[in-house]
Write a protein that binds this ligand. Structure first.
Ligand code: 13P
Ligand code: SF4
Length: 322
């Protein structure tokens, strides 16, 4: 509508004026992803977002995602101004893994290598030996396991137990979860699969083990999109945030994409796998961030001492992923 068109026009002008680029995650709303593509920004998974932000020449990054993505961008590019539509866009994994308690967990097992998921604060990253995202976690743990390392893993328990099972690595798990993926239900998925017997099931590994076990492909957002594109099936049942359907449908035109069921007490809830924090990244909030007012609600700052410490495990991941 007219109001949205107005916002988009203002955002485009502000991006130019501020030498800024929009970096968006696949879970943001389709209009935000489209705007990022249209303006020369990127839409991707959390690993690619980090790389794109680091390598882009723009003076300012506007990160449409959740806070850990903005912090990662700032850790990698301290010379850039890093803005977010709102600093209130957090993540249940980050919230469920406070630095003091996590550090105590690590201190209790000093002989373990500390591997943390990117969905954590800068302070938790600073305590880690390695940072990983879901697209590279399996390979990195395999590598550490081959060196005989014992591992502390945090914070996502589902992703951690999936990786432990795949690799056989010795892993102590922090007990966090993603409130979106934790809601996928195996029983309802089995019923849906019975209705679509030829459908392939695509699952993000932040989902419970009972759901992951039913998957034909398990992977990060970008890996799931690739699976929909390359697998022969005409129909896919997809267990991840519904924001992914925008890109997945573009990548696999003509294929039928169905949301995996969520909801409590065996009841199914369709169209409700959507991260409330990702949903905060609206046009209005992006315009507000770029307009330069109320910066304390938009600009990412990371303490310099923490930044130096967090950069080490982040760079380790990016070097490994090359
Ligand atoms: P990806 O790294 O697979 O994009 O997922 C991260 C995530 O959960 C973002 O919320
Ligand atoms: Fe965090 Fe889950 Fe939201 Fe991703 S979808 S930001 S893991 S709460």
């Amino acid at each position: 509508d007219a109001e949205k068109a107005d916002y988009k026009a203002r955002i485009k002008a502000l991006l130019k004026e501020r030498d800024a680029v929009l970096v968006a995650h696949y879970y943001t709303d389709p209009e935000i992803q489209a705007l990022a593509e249209e303006t020369g920004g990127c839409v991707s998974d959390s690993l690619e977002m980090a790389r794109f932000g680091r390598d882009h020449a723009a003076k300012t990054l506007i990160v449409a995602g959740v806070k850990f993505m903005g912090e990662t961008a700032k850790i990698l590019s301290p010379e850039k101004t890093v803005l977010m539509p709102t600093l209130e866009a957090t993540c249940s994994l980050d919230l469920g893994c406070p630095e003091d308690a996590f550090s105590a967990f690590c201190d209790a097992h000093p002989d373990h290598t500390v591997v943390v998921y990117a969905n954590t604060s800068a302070a938790v990253k600073a305590r880690a030996d390695w940072v990983v995202t879901s697209s590279i976690a399996l390979e990195i743990v395999e590598h550490l396991d081959s060196e005989g390392k014992q591992i502390i893993w945090g914070p996502d328990r589902h992703l951690g137990s999936y990786i432990a099972k795949q690799t056989g690595a010795d892993m102590l798990l922090w007990q966090g979860e993603c409130i979106v993926h934790d809601e996928f239900k195996a029983k309802a998925l089995r019923e849906l699969k019975a209705q679509y017997p030829d459908a392939a099931v695509l699952v993000h590994p932040e989902s419970p083990a009972s759901v992951v076990e039913m998957a034909d492909a398990v992977g990060s957002t970008s890996q799931l999109i690739r699976a929909a594109q390359t697998m022969d099936n005409d129909t896919f049942i997809v267990a991840t945030d519904r924001g992914i359907f925008y890109k997945m449908q573009q990548a696999a035109p003509g294929k039928t994409l169905i949301e995996a069921p969520t909801g409590g007490n065996g009841a199914t809830c369709r169209s409700c796998a959507h991260c409330p924090w990702m949903a905060m990244n609206g046009l209005k909030a992006i315009e507000a961030a770029l307009s330069g007012s109320d910066m304390e609600n938009h600009e990412i700052h990371v303490d310099e001492n923490l930044r130096h410490k967090a950069l080490i495990p982040l760079d380790r991941m990016l070097d490994f992923a090359k």
